[in-house]
Design a binder for this molecule. Structure first.
Ligand SMILES: [Zn+2]
Length: 274
């Protein structure tokens, strides 16, 4: 009887080399150094396979706008294979640094890399295999989610914007939740984004009923304000068509964010005068 030698199992080679977190963050650090209104911090430290990770946060403190500072949280790369939002945030910070009028009255809390292990591994889920965008306010054990939940609670944002890119959509669209205001902010943002990308005007998008590129529902566990929040912020999930040229996705997102700031300011000053 011949014995068949048992070969040791070769480790599965990753499909691509790991993406480089440091390289992505270099651009953010360069802008932070050039603009005194931007503060950089690292939070939510955790370990994965012996390596230390953290969630970077960049805060842009605008010139005082004459009232309470409007705090917005902008979250990107919660799905690790959708780094387009992080690239848009680099451009957005550059615009804010160049034109202080844009961010006047706002405190903008930008979280460009919410899923650092998924980003490195080119995958939607975190390295634990969990889709972080289904974990919010469900007693998640994922450290990224626990950190982001604590930020959402402690900063009590006036608005929450999540940036995503969808490889099944051929056009721009978004989800709205929270305050009714959300829809009135998303529409002008989509109009601006439409200068670079077409809008997805299908009656069904991603399995949800949609009207004029806007979906009024969402998935349980999506990144959003805590369920018991008394005065819910506006909540927008922005989706660019991932197969469209990257520079168009970046431009559409930056213009969309600027439109949200401008419209929020316009509605607020109108409200102050009635
Ligand atoms: Zn996504």
């Amino acid at each position: 009887m011949t014995s068949v030698p048992v070969l040791p199992q070769a480790p599965v080679a990753p499909r691509y080399p790991r993406r480089n977190r440091a390289r992505l963050l270099e651009s953010f650090d360069a802008i932070t150094e050039s603009c005194s209104r931007i503060l950089a911090t690292d939070h939510g430290h955790f370990e994965s396979a012996g390596e230390l990770y953290s969630l970077p946060r960049f805060v842009y403190v605008g010139r005082p706008g004459g009232g309470e500072m409007i705090r917005l949280g902008v979250f990107a790369t919660l799905h690790g294979d959708e780094p387009e939002g992080a690239l848009a945030l680099i451009r957005f910070l550059e615009r804010l640094a160049e034109s202080p009028d844009l961010g006047q009255g706002f405190g903008l809390f930008l979280y460009p890399l919410c899923n650092p292990t998924g980003f490195e591994d080119h995958q939607r889920e975190a390295r634990t295999g969990v889709d972080l965008n289904r974990e919010f306010w469900r007693n998640s054990h994922q450290p990224e989610v626990q950190f982001l939940e604590s930020e959402i609670q402690s900063q009590s944002f006036h608005g929450i914007i999540s940036l995503h890119s969808d490889d099944t959509s051929d056009g721009l669209y978004g989800f709205v939740r929270g305050a009714v205001l959300s829809e009135h902010l998303l529409e002008p943002a989509l109009r601006q984004g439409n200068r670079f990308l077409s809008r997805n005007r299908r009656p069904q998008i991603d399995g949800f009923a949609a009207r004029e590129s806007i979906i009024h529902s969402g998935y349980p566990g999506m990144l959003q304000s805590a369920p018991e929040t008394p005065r819910r912020p506006f909540e927008i999930t922005w989706e660019t068509p991932q197969k469209a040229p990257l520079d168009r996705q970046v431009s559409a997102t930056v213009e969309g964010l600027e439109a949200i700031l401008a419209e929020y300011r316009r509605i607020q000053s109108f409200a102050n005068h009635i």
